[in-house]
Design a binder for this molecule. Structure first.
Ligand code: ATP
Length: 259
């Protein structure tokens, strides 16, 4: 059974206006790692807004966990290109922010603070940020801020993690380090991931399935399963099989851009 399901979904931002995405159908199973790639403006972020319930479709249906999405979902964690940490909060307090908002954490936070704090510290340690809990965002590098932002997205143990270009602003080495961080988090405590990215190597390294979208109005043009064995190490990026997938996806994107 699919965990995220789109059935012939259209979305126009203005009623009766031009479509941002058109006739999108997709099925994501629980625990699957999906990457969505496509040219700028094709509607990748729009897909995220539809899944998280921030936007309702103009046509078709969006289901998450068997229910039609009717408003913001709390089983979702999100992270974006900018880490968006609150500058007046420490790293630990930034990571704990969702617990002040999302139930059942919100109403139990006072009583359970020390347990939740231990969990946040453990998560930070897992992404290599032990010792930085009390630093402010401006005392962290861009890569460290992004690690903290992913911890914040995961602290309430969402079943679905949505990532919109989370590593887009990082240098190539840091980016690869963060791929491995995300891979490890996902393998340790599997959740479903939908990753929007412009980086085809990132998509192939991390994902089980890559969807290629067309130019606006965005449609799904290609669904490609990545059959590289797991666990995947960075060494896999030097193999012919990996290069083959990247090459194939690049050709699809090239064709989309040329039309
Ligand atoms: N709030 C909005 N109101 C009106 N139009 C919007 C809004 N948000 C996005 N759009 C339009 O919808 C289309 C899809 O936008 P979206 O942000 O989903 O694309 P994207 O693929 O994520 O782009 P990029 O890769 O550049 O981030 C674009 O043409 C955009 O201008």
């Amino acid at each position: 059974m699919s965990f995220v399901k789109f059935e012939n979904v259209d979305l126009a931002y203005a009623p009766g206006g031009a479509l941002a995405i058109e006739d999108v159908s997709l099925d994501v199973r629980e625990g699957e790692f999906v990457a969505v790639v496509g040219p700028s403006g094709c509607g990748k972020s729009t897909l995220m807004k539809l899944i998280s319930g921030l936007r309702m479709p103009s046509g078709g249906y969006v289901y998450v966990d068997g229910r039609q999405v009717g408003g913001p979902l709390k089983i979702v964690g999100m992270a974006f290109q900018n880490a968006n940490l609150l500058p007046w909060r420490t790293t630990l307090d930034n990571v704990m922010l969702p617990l002040e908002i999302v139930e059942p954490y919100r109403s139990t936070l006072k009583k359970e603070r020390s347990r939740y704090e231990a969990e946040a510290r453990q998560l930070l340690a897992r992404v290599g940020l032990a010792g930085f809990e009390d630093k402010f965002p401006w005392e962290l590098s861009g890569g460290m801020q992004q690690r903290a932002s992913i911890c914040r997205a995961l602290i309430h143990q969402p079943r679905l993690l949505m990532l919109d270009e989370p590593f887009g602003a990082l240098d190539a080495f840091t980016r690869e380090e963060l791929w491995c961080m995300l891979r490890d988090l996902w393998q340790l405590q599997p959740f479903t991931v939908i990753l929007v990215t412009h980086d085809l190597r990132e998509a192939v390294f991390l994902a089980d399935t890559v969807y290629v979208m067309s130019k606006r109005p965005g449609r799904i043009l290609v669904r490609r399963e990545i059959e590289l064995p797991r666990p995947r190490d960075l060494d896999v990026t030097y193999t012919d099989a990996f290069a083959g997938y990247v090459h194939e996806l690049r050709e699809h994107i090239g064709r989309v851009r040329a039309t």
